[in-house]
Design a protein around this ligand. Structure first.
Ligand code: HAM
Length: 433
Protein backbone atom coordinates (compact mmCIF):
# COMPACT_ATOMS: atom_id res chain seq x y z
CA UNK A 1 0.00 0.00 0.00
CA UNK A 2 1.32 3.42 -1.00
CA UNK A 3 0.26 6.31 1.17
CA UNK A 4 -0.43 9.56 -0.59
CA UNK A 5 -1.67 12.91 0.59
CA UNK A 6 -5.37 13.52 -0.10
CA UNK A 7 -6.25 15.00 -3.48
CA UNK A 8 -6.06 18.78 -3.49
CA UNK A 9 -3.60 19.06 -0.61
CA UNK A 10 0.14 19.72 -0.53
CA UNK A 11 3.02 19.14 1.82
CA UNK A 12 4.85 22.36 2.50
CA UNK A 13 8.29 20.92 3.03
CA UNK A 14 11.38 22.65 4.45
CA UNK A 15 12.77 24.98 1.81
CA UNK A 16 9.24 25.66 0.61
CA UNK A 17 8.10 26.63 4.11
CA UNK A 18 10.77 29.36 4.24
CA UNK A 19 8.85 31.17 1.48
CA UNK A 20 5.67 30.90 3.52
CA UNK A 21 7.37 32.29 6.58
CA UNK A 22 8.74 35.15 4.52
CA UNK A 23 5.29 36.11 3.20
CA UNK A 24 3.70 35.69 6.61
CA UNK A 25 6.47 37.80 8.15
CA UNK A 26 5.84 40.64 5.68
CA UNK A 27 2.11 40.43 6.42
CA UNK A 28 2.64 40.50 10.18
CA UNK A 29 4.89 43.55 9.96
CA UNK A 30 2.50 45.39 7.70
CA UNK A 31 -0.56 44.55 9.78
CA UNK A 32 1.22 45.91 12.81
CA UNK A 33 1.66 49.24 11.06
CA UNK A 34 -2.05 49.35 10.28
CA UNK A 35 -2.72 48.14 13.83
CA UNK A 36 -4.43 44.87 13.05
CA UNK A 37 -4.00 42.21 15.73
CA UNK A 38 -4.09 38.47 15.23
CA UNK A 39 -7.13 36.33 15.94
CA UNK A 40 -7.06 32.52 15.94
CA UNK A 41 -10.45 30.91 15.60
CA UNK A 42 -11.17 27.16 15.33
CA UNK A 43 -10.52 25.42 12.03
CA UNK A 44 -13.93 23.80 12.35
CA UNK A 45 -17.19 25.51 13.26
CA UNK A 46 -20.81 24.50 13.47
CA UNK A 47 -22.20 24.00 9.98
CA UNK A 48 -24.70 26.86 10.35
CA UNK A 49 -21.96 29.45 10.84
CA UNK A 50 -21.13 29.02 7.16
CA UNK A 51 -24.41 27.81 5.67
CA UNK A 52 -26.29 30.85 7.01
CA UNK A 53 -23.67 33.39 5.94
CA UNK A 54 -22.02 32.20 2.72
CA UNK A 55 -25.43 31.85 1.05
CA UNK A 56 -27.66 28.81 0.63
CA UNK A 57 -27.21 28.92 -3.14
CA UNK A 58 -23.47 29.60 -3.15
CA UNK A 59 -21.13 26.96 -4.57
CA UNK A 60 -19.35 26.96 -1.26
CA UNK A 61 -22.43 25.78 0.62
CA UNK A 62 -24.04 23.61 -2.04
CA UNK A 63 -20.98 21.82 -3.40
CA UNK A 64 -17.80 22.54 -1.53
CA UNK A 65 -18.30 22.11 2.21
CA UNK A 66 -16.23 19.59 4.10
CA UNK A 67 -18.91 18.80 6.66
CA UNK A 68 -19.59 15.82 8.86
CA UNK A 69 -21.37 14.77 12.03
CA UNK A 70 -19.03 14.28 14.94
CA UNK A 71 -19.38 11.55 17.54
CA UNK A 72 -21.82 13.76 19.45
CA UNK A 73 -24.01 14.16 16.34
CA UNK A 74 -23.02 17.80 15.92
CA UNK A 75 -22.97 19.04 12.34
CA UNK A 76 -19.43 20.34 11.88
CA UNK A 77 -17.71 22.05 8.92
CA UNK A 78 -14.05 22.58 8.17
CA UNK A 79 -13.95 26.31 7.52
CA UNK A 80 -14.20 27.17 3.81
CA UNK A 81 -13.25 30.79 4.52
CA UNK A 82 -12.23 32.98 7.42
CA UNK A 83 -14.81 35.74 7.74
CA UNK A 84 -17.80 33.88 9.19
CA UNK A 85 -15.73 32.31 12.00
CA UNK A 86 -14.18 35.66 12.87
CA UNK A 87 -17.62 37.30 12.97
CA UNK A 88 -18.88 34.44 15.16
CA UNK A 89 -15.95 35.02 17.52
CA UNK A 90 -16.48 38.79 17.43
CA UNK A 91 -20.06 38.33 18.58
CA UNK A 92 -19.39 35.54 21.07
CA UNK A 93 -16.55 37.45 22.75
CA UNK A 94 -18.51 40.73 22.67
CA UNK A 95 -15.70 42.52 20.90
CA UNK A 96 -18.13 45.32 20.09
CA UNK A 97 -18.23 46.53 23.70
CA UNK A 98 -17.99 50.25 24.49
CA UNK A 99 -14.45 49.89 25.84
CA UNK A 100 -13.19 48.43 22.57
CA UNK A 101 -11.72 50.78 19.95
CA UNK A 102 -13.53 51.13 16.65
CA UNK A 103 -12.68 50.00 14.12
CA UNK A 104 -11.86 46.69 15.76
CA UNK A 105 -9.14 45.41 13.42
CA UNK A 106 -7.97 41.83 13.28
CA UNK A 107 -6.07 39.46 10.98
CA UNK A 108 -5.65 35.71 10.59
CA UNK A 109 -3.61 33.22 8.63
CA UNK A 110 -4.35 29.59 8.12
CA UNK A 111 -5.85 26.72 6.18
CA UNK A 112 -9.30 26.79 4.59
CA UNK A 113 -11.10 23.85 2.98
CA UNK A 114 -13.24 23.69 -0.13
CA UNK A 115 -14.14 20.59 -2.08
CA UNK A 116 -13.18 22.02 -5.48
CA UNK A 117 -11.64 20.50 -8.58
CA UNK A 118 -7.90 20.94 -7.98
CA UNK A 119 -5.88 22.83 -10.57
CA UNK A 120 -3.08 25.37 -10.56
CA UNK A 121 -3.93 27.80 -7.74
CA UNK A 122 -6.99 25.84 -6.69
CA UNK A 123 -6.75 23.32 -3.90
CA UNK A 124 -8.99 21.60 -1.42
CA UNK A 125 -6.87 22.68 1.50
CA UNK A 126 -5.50 26.14 0.79
CA UNK A 127 -4.35 29.03 2.93
CA UNK A 128 -5.54 32.55 3.38
CA UNK A 129 -4.08 35.59 4.98
CA UNK A 130 -7.12 37.68 5.85
CA UNK A 131 -8.19 40.78 7.70
CA UNK A 132 -11.50 42.01 9.09
CA UNK A 133 -12.37 45.45 10.46
CA UNK A 134 -15.58 46.07 12.39
CA UNK A 135 -17.56 49.04 13.52
CA UNK A 136 -16.95 51.69 10.87
CA UNK A 137 -19.16 52.39 7.87
CA UNK A 138 -16.98 55.20 6.54
CA UNK A 139 -15.82 54.46 2.96
CA UNK A 140 -12.37 55.70 3.95
CA UNK A 141 -11.92 52.36 5.68
CA UNK A 142 -12.90 50.50 2.49
CA UNK A 143 -10.10 52.31 0.69
CA UNK A 144 -7.62 51.76 3.47
CA UNK A 145 -8.34 48.03 3.45
CA UNK A 146 -7.79 47.88 -0.32
CA UNK A 147 -4.64 49.98 -0.01
CA UNK A 148 -3.32 47.64 2.66
CA UNK A 149 -3.95 44.60 0.45
CA UNK A 150 -2.11 46.22 -2.44
CA UNK A 151 0.74 47.26 -0.16
CA UNK A 152 1.03 43.70 1.06
CA UNK A 153 1.24 42.29 -2.45
CA UNK A 154 3.74 44.96 -3.50
CA UNK A 155 5.92 44.33 -0.50
CA UNK A 156 5.97 40.67 -1.42
CA UNK A 157 7.37 41.76 -4.80
CA UNK A 158 4.28 41.82 -7.03
CA UNK A 159 3.61 44.88 -9.09
CA UNK A 160 1.74 43.75 -12.15
CA UNK A 161 -1.69 43.71 -10.57
CA UNK A 162 -5.17 44.94 -11.34
CA UNK A 163 -7.63 46.20 -8.76
CA UNK A 164 -11.23 45.65 -9.81
CA UNK A 165 -14.04 47.13 -7.76
CA UNK A 166 -17.81 47.18 -7.76
CA UNK A 167 -20.60 48.01 -5.38
CA UNK A 168 -23.53 45.84 -4.41
CA UNK A 169 -25.21 48.82 -2.75
CA UNK A 170 -27.46 48.55 0.28
CA UNK A 171 -30.53 46.36 0.68
CA UNK A 172 -32.80 48.87 -1.03
CA UNK A 173 -30.46 49.25 -4.02
CA UNK A 174 -30.25 45.52 -4.35
CA UNK A 175 -34.01 45.02 -4.18
CA UNK A 176 -34.48 47.50 -7.01
CA UNK A 177 -31.69 45.95 -9.01
CA UNK A 178 -32.98 42.45 -8.35
CA UNK A 179 -36.32 43.43 -9.92
CA UNK A 180 -34.65 45.00 -12.96
CA UNK A 181 -32.40 41.99 -13.43
CA UNK A 182 -35.35 39.60 -13.25
CA UNK A 183 -37.23 41.66 -15.79
CA UNK A 184 -34.25 41.39 -18.13
CA UNK A 185 -33.43 37.73 -17.52
CA UNK A 186 -36.85 36.09 -17.31
CA UNK A 187 -37.64 36.38 -21.03
CA UNK A 188 -34.22 34.81 -21.72
CA UNK A 189 -34.68 31.94 -19.27
CA UNK A 190 -34.77 29.20 -21.91
CA UNK A 191 -31.35 30.30 -23.20
CA UNK A 192 -29.67 30.19 -19.80
CA UNK A 193 -27.50 27.30 -18.66
CA UNK A 194 -29.16 24.75 -16.36
CA UNK A 195 -27.25 26.11 -13.37
CA UNK A 196 -28.38 29.64 -14.14
CA UNK A 197 -32.00 28.59 -14.67
CA UNK A 198 -31.91 27.42 -11.11
CA UNK A 199 -30.14 30.56 -9.91
CA UNK A 200 -32.73 32.74 -11.65
CA UNK A 201 -35.38 32.24 -9.01
CA UNK A 202 -33.11 31.78 -6.04
CA UNK A 203 -30.37 34.34 -6.54
CA UNK A 204 -30.23 35.95 -10.01
CA UNK A 205 -27.19 38.08 -9.11
CA UNK A 206 -25.17 34.86 -9.20
CA UNK A 207 -25.87 34.56 -12.92
CA UNK A 208 -23.67 37.63 -13.46
CA UNK A 209 -20.76 35.50 -12.27
CA UNK A 210 -21.54 32.50 -14.50
CA UNK A 211 -18.63 30.82 -16.26
CA UNK A 212 -20.91 29.56 -19.05
CA UNK A 213 -20.19 31.24 -22.42
CA UNK A 214 -23.84 31.76 -23.41
CA UNK A 215 -24.75 33.04 -19.96
CA UNK A 216 -21.92 35.50 -20.28
CA UNK A 217 -23.25 36.80 -23.60
CA UNK A 218 -26.66 37.34 -22.04
CA UNK A 219 -25.20 38.97 -19.00
CA UNK A 220 -23.11 41.37 -21.08
CA UNK A 221 -26.27 43.36 -21.85
CA UNK A 222 -27.84 43.07 -18.41
CA UNK A 223 -28.70 46.26 -16.54
CA UNK A 224 -25.95 47.63 -14.32
CA UNK A 225 -26.35 47.86 -10.57
CA UNK A 226 -24.84 51.34 -10.70
CA UNK A 227 -28.13 52.60 -12.15
CA UNK A 228 -30.14 51.31 -9.21
CA UNK A 229 -28.14 52.59 -6.26
CA UNK A 230 -29.87 54.64 -3.58
CA UNK A 231 -28.36 58.08 -2.96
CA UNK A 232 -26.56 56.78 0.10
CA UNK A 233 -25.09 53.79 -1.70
CA UNK A 234 -24.05 55.94 -4.66
CA UNK A 235 -22.39 58.45 -2.32
CA UNK A 236 -20.51 55.63 -0.57
CA UNK A 237 -19.19 54.31 -3.87
CA UNK A 238 -18.32 57.80 -5.15
CA UNK A 239 -16.23 58.43 -2.06
CA UNK A 240 -14.45 55.10 -2.51
CA UNK A 241 -13.51 56.07 -6.07
CA UNK A 242 -12.46 59.56 -5.04
CA UNK A 243 -10.22 58.29 -2.24
CA UNK A 244 -8.64 55.59 -4.40
CA UNK A 245 -7.73 58.38 -6.80
CA UNK A 246 -6.40 60.45 -3.92
CA UNK A 247 -4.05 57.57 -3.02
CA UNK A 248 -3.19 57.19 -6.72
CA UNK A 249 -4.31 53.59 -6.74
CA UNK A 250 -5.47 52.66 -10.25
CA UNK A 251 -8.67 50.63 -10.43
CA UNK A 252 -11.27 49.34 -12.84
CA UNK A 253 -14.99 49.14 -12.20
CA UNK A 254 -16.66 45.94 -13.22
CA UNK A 255 -20.39 46.24 -12.74
CA UNK A 256 -20.99 42.53 -13.31
CA UNK A 257 -18.62 41.50 -10.57
CA UNK A 258 -20.37 39.65 -7.76
CA UNK A 259 -18.59 37.48 -5.24
CA UNK A 260 -18.97 33.81 -4.44
CA UNK A 261 -20.17 34.62 -0.94
CA UNK A 262 -23.56 36.12 -0.15
CA UNK A 263 -22.75 38.37 2.77
CA UNK A 264 -21.39 41.32 0.83
CA UNK A 265 -22.89 44.75 0.25
CA UNK A 266 -21.50 48.11 -0.85
CA UNK A 267 -17.86 47.89 -1.88
CA UNK A 268 -16.49 44.61 -3.21
CA UNK A 269 -13.07 44.20 -4.78
CA UNK A 270 -10.65 41.74 -6.30
CA UNK A 271 -6.94 42.07 -6.91
CA UNK A 272 -6.05 40.08 -9.98
CA UNK A 273 -2.99 38.85 -11.81
CA UNK A 274 -2.72 37.56 -15.37
CA UNK A 275 0.57 35.87 -14.69
CA UNK A 276 1.81 32.87 -16.66
CA UNK A 277 1.16 30.94 -13.46
CA UNK A 278 -2.52 30.89 -14.42
CA UNK A 279 -1.97 30.45 -18.16
CA UNK A 280 -2.28 34.20 -18.66
CA UNK A 281 -5.91 34.27 -17.47
CA UNK A 282 -6.88 36.96 -15.00
CA UNK A 283 -6.99 35.19 -11.64
CA UNK A 284 -7.95 36.62 -8.29
CA UNK A 285 -5.18 36.56 -5.74
CA UNK A 286 -6.94 38.63 -3.11
CA UNK A 287 -10.61 39.47 -2.67
CA UNK A 288 -12.89 41.10 -0.19
CA UNK A 289 -15.52 43.66 0.54
CA UNK A 290 -17.97 45.14 2.96
CA UNK A 291 -20.44 43.00 4.88
CA UNK A 292 -22.68 45.31 6.88
CA UNK A 293 -25.37 43.09 8.38
CA UNK A 294 -23.29 39.95 8.84
CA UNK A 295 -22.65 40.61 12.53
CA UNK A 296 -26.40 40.89 13.11
CA UNK A 297 -26.99 37.77 11.10
CA UNK A 298 -24.78 35.87 13.53
CA UNK A 299 -26.64 37.24 16.52
CA UNK A 300 -24.66 40.42 17.24
CA UNK A 301 -25.62 44.08 17.19
CA UNK A 302 -25.80 46.24 14.09
CA UNK A 303 -22.09 46.61 13.38
CA UNK A 304 -20.66 47.06 9.89
CA UNK A 305 -17.60 45.16 8.70
CA UNK A 306 -15.12 44.91 5.85
CA UNK A 307 -12.15 42.72 5.04
CA UNK A 308 -10.23 40.66 2.52
CA UNK A 309 -8.75 37.22 2.06
CA UNK A 310 -5.53 36.60 0.16
CA UNK A 311 -4.77 33.18 -1.30
CA UNK A 312 -1.23 32.32 -0.23
CA UNK A 313 -0.77 29.47 -2.74
CA UNK A 314 -1.82 31.79 -5.56
CA UNK A 315 0.50 34.52 -4.38
CA UNK A 316 3.43 32.09 -4.27
CA UNK A 317 2.60 30.78 -7.75
CA UNK A 318 2.67 34.29 -9.18
CA UNK A 319 5.87 35.17 -7.36
CA UNK A 320 7.49 32.08 -8.81
CA UNK A 321 6.20 32.68 -12.34
CA UNK A 322 7.34 36.30 -12.19
CA UNK A 323 10.73 35.13 -10.91
CA UNK A 324 10.56 37.35 -7.86
CA UNK A 325 13.56 36.56 -5.69
CA UNK A 326 12.50 36.18 -2.08
CA UNK A 327 15.32 37.26 0.22
CA UNK A 328 15.32 34.08 2.27
CA UNK A 329 18.10 34.20 4.81
CA UNK A 330 19.03 30.57 5.20
CA UNK A 331 22.78 31.02 5.51
CA UNK A 332 24.65 29.39 8.32
CA UNK A 333 26.78 31.46 10.71
CA UNK A 334 29.28 28.83 11.76
CA UNK A 335 30.09 25.26 10.75
CA UNK A 336 32.19 23.51 13.36
CA UNK A 337 34.61 21.04 11.77
CA UNK A 338 35.88 18.36 14.12
CA UNK A 339 38.82 16.23 13.07
CA UNK A 340 38.80 12.78 14.62
CA UNK A 341 36.60 11.11 17.22
CA UNK A 342 38.57 12.77 20.06
CA UNK A 343 37.01 16.13 19.24
CA UNK A 344 33.42 14.87 19.40
CA UNK A 345 32.67 16.10 22.88
CA UNK A 346 34.29 19.52 22.32
CA UNK A 347 32.49 20.15 19.01
CA UNK A 348 29.21 19.23 20.66
CA UNK A 349 29.92 21.81 23.35
CA UNK A 350 30.98 24.37 20.75
CA UNK A 351 27.84 24.22 18.57
CA UNK A 352 25.76 24.27 21.71
CA UNK A 353 27.54 27.38 23.03
CA UNK A 354 27.38 29.19 19.68
CA UNK A 355 23.66 28.59 19.38
CA UNK A 356 23.15 29.81 22.89
CA UNK A 357 25.10 32.96 22.02
CA UNK A 358 22.66 33.62 19.19
CA UNK A 359 24.45 32.15 16.16
CA UNK A 360 23.26 29.41 13.88
CA UNK A 361 25.70 26.53 14.09
CA UNK A 362 26.09 23.06 12.59
CA UNK A 363 28.51 20.15 12.83
CA UNK A 364 28.96 16.66 11.47
CA UNK A 365 27.38 13.59 13.03
CA UNK A 366 28.48 10.97 10.54
CA UNK A 367 32.17 10.82 11.35
CA UNK A 368 33.13 12.33 8.01
CA UNK A 369 36.60 13.47 7.00
CA UNK A 370 37.36 17.23 7.15
CA UNK A 371 36.98 17.46 3.36
CA UNK A 372 33.41 16.17 3.55
CA UNK A 373 32.65 18.50 6.42
CA UNK A 374 33.90 21.53 4.49
CA UNK A 375 31.76 20.46 1.60
CA UNK A 376 28.73 20.49 3.89
CA UNK A 377 29.75 23.90 5.21
CA UNK A 378 29.83 25.20 1.65
CA UNK A 379 26.49 23.68 0.81
CA UNK A 380 24.96 25.36 3.84
CA UNK A 381 26.49 28.70 2.86
CA UNK A 382 28.41 28.87 6.10
CA UNK A 383 30.00 32.27 6.71
CA UNK A 384 32.59 30.85 9.04
CA UNK A 385 34.10 27.49 9.85
CA UNK A 386 35.62 26.70 13.19
CA UNK A 387 37.99 23.76 12.93
CA UNK A 388 39.40 21.74 15.76
CA UNK A 389 41.72 18.70 15.67
CA UNK A 390 43.55 16.80 18.37
CA UNK A 391 46.43 19.30 18.44
CA UNK A 392 44.17 22.34 18.75
CA UNK A 393 42.16 20.57 21.38
CA UNK A 394 45.23 20.11 23.51
CA UNK A 395 46.29 23.72 22.98
CA UNK A 396 42.78 24.97 23.87
CA UNK A 397 42.37 26.54 20.45
CA UNK A 398 40.41 26.31 17.22
CA UNK A 399 40.88 27.64 13.72
CA UNK A 400 38.35 30.21 12.56
CA UNK A 401 38.05 30.69 8.82
CA UNK A 402 36.12 33.31 6.92
CA UNK A 403 34.66 31.35 4.03
CA UNK A 404 34.25 34.43 1.84
CA UNK A 405 37.75 35.85 2.12
CA UNK A 406 39.65 32.74 3.13
CA UNK A 407 41.13 34.63 6.11
CA UNK A 408 42.09 32.34 8.96
CA UNK A 409 42.84 33.07 12.61
CA UNK A 410 43.46 30.95 15.67
CA UNK A 411 41.02 31.64 18.47
CA UNK A 412 41.10 30.34 22.02
CA UNK A 413 38.33 28.03 23.13
CA UNK A 414 37.73 30.41 26.03
CA UNK A 415 36.84 33.10 23.48
CA UNK A 416 34.57 30.70 21.62
CA UNK A 417 32.72 29.96 24.84
CA UNK A 418 32.55 33.37 26.42
CA UNK A 419 33.52 36.05 23.90
CA UNK A 420 32.36 34.92 20.49
CA UNK A 421 30.66 38.23 19.66
CA UNK A 422 34.04 39.95 19.58
CA UNK A 423 35.66 37.14 17.61
CA UNK A 424 32.82 37.21 15.11
CA UNK A 425 32.94 40.98 14.79
CA UNK A 426 36.69 40.93 14.12
CA UNK A 427 36.56 38.36 11.38
CA UNK A 428 33.51 39.93 9.74
CA UNK A 429 35.30 43.29 9.80
CA UNK A 430 38.25 41.66 8.07
CA UNK A 431 35.79 40.62 5.38
CA UNK A 432 35.18 44.27 4.55
CA UNK A 433 38.84 45.28 4.29
P1 HAM B 1 -12.90 34.31 -1.48
O1 HAM B 1 -12.94 35.18 -2.69
O2 HAM B 1 -13.79 33.16 -1.45
O3 HAM B 1 -13.18 35.29 -0.25
O4 HAM B 1 -11.43 33.83 -1.24
C1 HAM B 1 -10.34 34.75 -1.13
C2 HAM B 1 -9.11 34.24 -1.85
O5 HAM B 1 -8.78 32.93 -1.38
C3 HAM B 1 -9.29 34.03 -3.35
O6 HAM B 1 -9.13 35.24 -4.04
C4 HAM B 1 -8.17 33.06 -3.67
O7 HAM B 1 -6.94 33.74 -3.80
C5 HAM B 1 -8.14 32.21 -2.42
N1 HAM B 1 -8.84 30.94 -2.67
C6 HAM B 1 -10.17 30.71 -2.61
N2 HAM B 1 -10.44 29.43 -2.88
C7 HAM B 1 -9.26 28.82 -3.14
C8 HAM B 1 -8.84 27.49 -3.46
N3 HAM B 1 -9.73 26.49 -3.58
N4 HAM B 1 -7.53 27.24 -3.64
C9 HAM B 1 -6.62 28.23 -3.51
N5 HAM B 1 -6.94 29.49 -3.18
C10 HAM B 1 -8.23 29.80 -3.00
C11 HAM B 1 -13.22 34.89 1.05
O8 HAM B 1 -12.87 33.82 1.42
C12 HAM B 1 -13.64 35.99 2.00
N6 HAM B 1 -13.67 35.43 3.37
C13 HAM B 1 -12.71 37.17 1.90
C14 HAM B 1 -13.14 38.27 2.81
C15 HAM B 1 -12.64 38.56 4.03
N7 HAM B 1 -14.12 39.12 2.58
C16 HAM B 1 -14.25 39.93 3.61
N8 HAM B 1 -13.36 39.59 4.52
Amino acid sequence: MKYQRPKGTTDIIPGESAKWQYIEGIARQLFKKYRYNEIRTPIFENFEVFSRTSGETSDIVTKEMYDFFDKGERHITLRPEGTAGVVRAYVENKLYGPEIQRPFKTFYMGPMFRYERPQSGRQRQFHQIGVEAFGVDNPTLDVEVMAMAINLLRQCGLHDLKLVINTLGDAESRAKYHAALMEYLEPLESKLSDDSKERLHKNPLRILDSKDREDQEIVANAPSILNYLTDDAAAHFDTVKKLLNALEIPFEIETNMVRGLDYYNHTIFEIMSNSKAFGGNWTTVCAGGRYNGLVEQLGGPEVPGIGFGLGVERLLLVLEAEKVDLPLDEDLDVYVVGIGEVTNEETLKMVQALRQAGYSAERDYLGRKPKGQFKSANRMNAHLTLTIGEEELQAGKANLKNMQTGNEVAVSLADVYTGFDKVYQDIVESEKE
